[in-house]
Write a protein that binds this ligand. Sequence first.
Ligand SMILES: Nc1ncnc2c1ncn2[C@@H]1O[C@H](COP(=O)(O)OP(=O)(O)OP(=O)(O)O)[C@@H](O)[C@H]1O
Ligand SMILES: [Mg+2]
Length: 273
Amino acid sequence: MSHYFIDTHREDIVNLKNINQTYDNGKVVVLKDFNLLIEDKPNQGQFVVILGASGCGKSTILRYISGLQKPTSGEVNLYGRKRIETDRVGMVFQKYSSLPWLTVLENVALGLYYQGVSKKEREEKAMDMIQKVGLKGHENKYAQYPTLSGGQLQRVAIARSLLASPRILLMDEPFGALDVNTRLSMQDMLLQIWYEVHPTIIFVTHDISEAVYLGDDIYIMRANPGQIVEHIYVDLPYRRDRFIKRTPRFEELVHYTEDLMVKVDAISAASKV
Ligand SMILES: Nc1ncnc2c1ncn2[C@@H]1O[C@H](COP(=O)(O)OP(=O)(O)OP(=O)(O)O)[C@@H](O)[C@H]1O
Ligand SMILES: [Mg+2]
């Protein structure tokens, strides 16, 4: 196990152990001895950010946790035991993942429907969330392109995953398709929900400033093969607002992370076959 993860005997939320992912009968090695341990922080949750070059295996890791894919070898453990089929985690995909045959309102309320919440209550809660993500007035439209724009569809998917209040929430470049203002307000909305519900969030992004703003722990992955090689503990206050981005410590952390990314990229490039 890599030295980045110190077992403090708190409950393990996610524990990926010695994962290998290969394709073409072992000729393509995507992940090798990959480890990731995320322990619960009671009444606080965890906000983990993963940074890494395109193709290093970030989405693959999220797919293991959500149960969409099984590794070639290695262990996928949730809540201190092997992952089971019925483990439900929230996931916002890199590409829009709204259900086009349902309206915006039905999409957002879907998690509550599965939880057996009454129609009236789930519609009230869904409308509240629709308002929060700035889609009021669109609730009765079908969640499909081009009726809704790409960024609007992504907000439908985000609203749906947040409203279901999962204990684990996986977010794969969720804000990549949004305009700058919407992206900033979605970051703050996500933080507010995190403070309220404190799920464990695993967030993939290519935006270093976003990583430092949102994350408590940032892990940087190398590629060829994919592995976590750097850990940054973000020593900013637990509660943040956008003005923190103007502090010297924030800027220092962004520069530090950027330098590590450059270093890790060089290591990955050197081992490319
Ligand atoms: N069936 C397959 N055969 C060979 N290689 C595959 C197969 N499926 C996935 N891969 C490779 O696995 C690697 C990891 O993919 P993944 O989608 O996890 O990357 P990522 O880190 O999420 O990249 P991005 O930042 O671009 O989203 C990629 O290099 C991809 O080419
Ligand atoms: Mg990806």
